[in-house]
Design a binder for this molecule. Structure first.
Ligand code: 13P
Length: 254
């Protein structure tokens, strides 16, 4: 696990102002567990309110436009997200790739726009069940990632994280074996070293995402090259999300 594990909640299209109390509770919990970096990506509508109340956790967006401004009805630029209080953005999530037809090239352009606006980026990748069953998961994910990542990133170690999220594990309660997670994260690590050099490539945190819960977080976070978790469903309540943060903190004590 990374020196400072990174546990990020992705609220997806969940949450109205009534959920601000959960965000507050998550922030209070994170203040007690400072060795773990805790962050939350609520929907766009809650970025500013969560940012205003949070004292410890960073707030992020779940997407941004590749364009800086202009005639793009319904889109939000990286600068707008930053203006609302976002410090990072999740890009290339499989739900964006599926629901909005985002290609690797689109994801790369969005990442470049996000970095230009001063945001950190969590770039997502992951294979379908068919690809995994065909024994092609590592080849697919490394190719997808290489095509989605910007060729150069200033301060990559600090500003870039990668999230491995097998599509078949998202919201299903199923997870890969710890061995499969470690093998994939090792393959991603090798790619990051190839792209960004030994130093940055070895420091970029690689998060695992897909049905992470308090009960399985400890074993997944202990796997080789797992630097944190990107959590969907279990980040919606402070109780379950802080259970995962706690599991990360306990691993640090070992
Ligand atoms: P779940 O934790 O609900 O499986 O979602 C994972 C995810 O997609 C986080 O981005």
């Amino acid at each position: 696990m990374a020196e400072r594990p990174y546990i990020v909640g992705n609220w997806k299209m969940n949450g109205t102002r009534a959920m601000l109390s959960e965000a507050r509770a998550i922030d209070r919990g994170a203040q007690r567990l400072m060795k773990v970096e805790v962050a939350l990506a609520p929907p766009f509508t809650l970025i500013h309110p969560v940012h205003r109340e949070a004292e410890q956790i960073a707030v992020g967006a779940q997407d941004c436009s590749a364009a800086p401004d202009g005639a793009h009805t319904g889109d939000i630029s990286a600068t707008m997200a930053a203006d609302a209080g976002a410090k990072f953005v999740i890009l290339g999530h499989s739900e964006r790739r599926q629901d909005h037809g985002e290609s690797d090239a689109t994801v790369r352009a969005k990442a470049e726009a996000a970095f230009a606006a001063g945001l950190k980026v969590i770039l997502c990748c992951g294979e379908t069940e068919e690809t995994r069953d065909a024994g092609k998961a590592e080849a697919f994910v490394t190719r997808q990632l290489e095509a989605s990542l910007p060729e150069t990133v200033d301060g990559a170690a600090e500003r870039l994280s990668v999230a491995y999220e097998p599509i078949w594990a998202i919201g299903t309660g199923r997870t890969p074996t710890v061995e499969d997670v470690a093998a994939m994260h090792n393959a991603i690590r090798a790619l990051l070293v190839k792209l960004y050099g030994e130093e940055a490539g070895n420091e970029i945190r690689i998060l695992y995402g897909g049905s992470v819960k308090p009960e399985n977080a400890g074993e997944l976070l202990a796997a080789d090259n797992v630097g944190g978790a990107l959590v969907g469903g279990a980040s919606l309540t402070a109780e379950s999300f802080l259970g995962i943060v706690n599991a990360a903190a306990e691993l640090l004590e070992r």
